[in-house]
Design a binder for this molecule. Structure first.
Ligand code: CP
Ligand code: NVA
Length: 304
């Protein structure tokens, strides 16, 4: 058996992804019943964070502890990673000591290089290109609220960023139609779009994406690392606010998702975010915990 990594949603087969979502729902039910299982007893997860995080850190760390394991928070500020030790060397050393590694970083190539030299599973906890763990939680949330996403219409409104690229991967793996509304100049990676051309369309008006959609998602306009572009992006994304008016073009039972943190009044109105008839963002955030437990269980079971 080779080591399995999770750098994008394409690293697992369609069947494997469905099994992980199913297991996440099961693990959530066990936790809600107060039943404890400890498949990660004596296992250690190394967590390398080169960017800030609330949900990702808390969900991985709490998830390991709740299932009998331990998580190590590794920041470049106080490890040799921040002092220029090559990623390949760090991968060989760290992966001889822990059972899994989770990395939040800038360039996606950093994850790929780490994975190439790692003896243990590597999980993408967000790169500039993808955020696949968030999609596991989003898919779990859709399944719980509305059932299978297969054949549904999903609208992405906003930046063609890491989240958007992971929605494109999800459209391929979960067989839904994805309509992306983004301003010119903020399209997702053309290669990622081209690989999913039968599932994905790009439009310029949010209404054109949202019309008849079953699921609407957005994210911040300036991602981590793009703080300097905040002002210019605010201007470029004028008219891309997701609010009740925009949602009125969607199907009657459409849900709204946002990976959070949200900027109320920029990409989403405060009223929509708080409207729990439409917005499932708190379940979506909670599901990071359950989905990642299921993912880690899968990766450990399928790696030698
Ligand atoms: N959605 C998400 O990844 O949140 P954090 O940046 O807080 O981890
Ligand atoms: N696109 C955002 C997601 C944050 C969870 C970012 O990369 O900052």
């Amino acid at each position: 058996m080779a080591v399995r990594h999770f750098l994008t949603l394409l690293d697992l087969s369609k069947e494997e992804l469905r099994a992980v979502i199913h297991r996440a729902i099961e693990l959530k039910a066990l936790r809600n019943q107060g039943i404890t299982i400890e498949p990660f007893r004596n296992k250690v997860l190394g967590m390398i964070f080169e960017k800030a995080s609330t949900r990702t850190r808390v969900s991985f760390e709490a998830g390991m502890a709740q299932m009998g394991g331990h998580a190590l928070f590794l920041s470049p500020r106080d490890t040799q990673l921040g002092r220029g030790e090559p990623i390949e060397d760090s991968a060989r050393v760290i992966s001889r000591m822990v059972d899994m590694v989770m990395i939040r970083t800038f360039g996606h190539d950093i994850l790929e290089r780490f994975a190439e030299f790692s003896k243990v599973p590597v999980i993408n906890a967000l790169s500039d290109s993808y955020h696949p763990c968030q999609l596991l939680a989003d898919l779990q949330t859709y399944v719980e609220h509305r059932g299978s996403p297969e054949g549904k219409v999903v609208a992405w409104v906003g930046d063609g960023n890491n989240m958007c690229s992971s929605y494109i991967s999800a459209a391929r793996q979960f067989d839904f139609e994805l309509r992306i509304a983004c301003p010119e100049g903020y399209d997702p990676d053309p290669a990622v779009v081209a690989a999913a051309s039968d599932r994905v369309t790009i439009v310029r008006k949010p209404q054109d994406a949202v019309r008849g959609a079953d699921w609407v998602a957005t994210d911040v306009w300036a991602s981590m690392g793009q703080e300097d572009e905040q002002r210019i992006r605010m201007k470029a994304f004028e008219g891309f606010l997701v609010d009740h008016e925009l949602m009125s073009h969607a199907n009657r039972d459409a849900v709204f998702m946002h990976c959070l943190p949200a900027h109320r009044g920029e990409e989403v109105s405060g009223e929509l975010l708080e409207d729990e008839k439409i917005s499932v963002v708190w379940d979506e955030a909670e599901n990071r915990l359950h989905a990642q437990k299921a993912l880690m269980e899968f990766l450990l079971e399928h790696s030698n």
